[in-house]
Design a protein around this ligand. Structure first.
Ligand code: KMH
Ligand code: ZN
Length: 295
């Protein structure tokens, strides 16, 4: 069977079988108004309770956007730092701060998020239409964010909203080397109006295009693509992101009441697929997270 080896070499690290599942919860986001969704965790107390419940349900990473006292999206440095400390005290989740903010946040302010010393930060690999708005991520901004994350020993999660973002990631790694810790973790965010659709075909095209340096990848389906994208990701060796940032509907006619409902369902799905949720310690190793918790 001399031809067999040709097929086996087509399995790259990004598509190789994976054992457990990293589940990220994105509980709040910047797009939904508290007045439209009172159960959205927007206060620090609500966020910390959510974090505790989601870790118990199987999450290992939390992707955080904070809100101010009026529940509006905020990048307030004091509140960001307080949030990181509070979640770190009550959970062992990997704390990832959003550097995306909301579509109206200036680029310079988005860079200051790193000063709150999170374990991880999001790094979106290109500008994308975002409904009627534009989510701005020019390449020079990506470079600044990447370099500062390297210097501060923060592990970036590369957020890919479109196929072109995969090429920008390739350029970043080729030019500036690997992120802190040497691992490359990406998350496909599919189904945003203006980005790649939340379809199996689009996700599979993205997976096929991933640079060889990628050591793990996850996927998110916004809105109604939430479940189908989770299923495709699990079947393809990927990890999951779920949460009310991306999806407010649990099932037809049934709004999401709590983020841990979405995490529990993702964990059940992962267990069914023989890919049970990874613990926070396992994920800290998987992503090469620096130890910032006090002994
Ligand atoms: N709120 C969106 C404009 C991120 O967190 O890095 C961007 C976003 C991505 O949520
Ligand atoms: Zn986000």
């Amino acid at each position: 069977m001399s031809g067999m080896s040709n097929y086996s070499t087509r399995i790259t690290r990004a598509t190789a079988p994976t054992t457990g599942t990293l589940i990220t919860v994105a509980p709040t986001g910047a797009e939904t108004a508290k007045s439209h969704c009172p159960q959205l965790p927007t206060t620090l107390a609500e966020l910390v309770d959510t974090a505790v419940a989601c870790q118990a349900a199987g999450a290992s990473v939390i992707h955080i956007h904070i809100r101010d006292a009026d529940h509006r999206p905020s990048l307030d440095p004091v509140l960001l730092r307080e949030t990181v400390q509070a979640v770190r005290e009550r959970t062992s989740l990997v704390i990832q701060l959003s550097t995306g903010g909301n579509v109206h946040d200036p680029l310079e302010k988005r860079l200051t998020v790193l000063e709150a010393e999170p374990d991880s930060c999001s790094l979106t690999c290109g500008t994308t239409n975002f409904g009627d708005d534009v989510f701005l991520n020019p390449y020079p901004f990506m470079v600044q964010l990447y370099r500062q994350a390297q210097e501060r020993e923060i592990v970036p999660e590369f957020e890919l909203f479109d196929l072109g973002h995969v090429a920008a990631l390739r350029r970043l790694i080729d030019t500036f080397g690997l992120p802190f810790g040497g691992k490359v973790h990406v998350d496909f965010i599919t189904g945003v109006p203006g980005g790649m659709p939340g379809t199996p075909a689009a996700l599979l095209a993205g997976i096929q295009a991933l640079p060889e340096e990628v050591t793990s990848w996850a996927a998110t389906g916004v809105g109604r693509s939430h479940l189908p994208i989770a299923a495709v990701a699990l079947a393809s060796g990927g990890h999951l992101r779920v949460g009310m940032e991306d999806n407010l509907v649990f099932a037809k006619g049934q709004p999401v009441q709590r983020n841990d409902e979405l995490v529990s369902r993702a964990a059940d799905l992962a267990r069914l697929m023989q890919r049970p949720p990874l613990t926070t310690d396992e994920v800290r190793t998987l992503l090469s997270i620096k130890e910032r918790r006090s002994a």
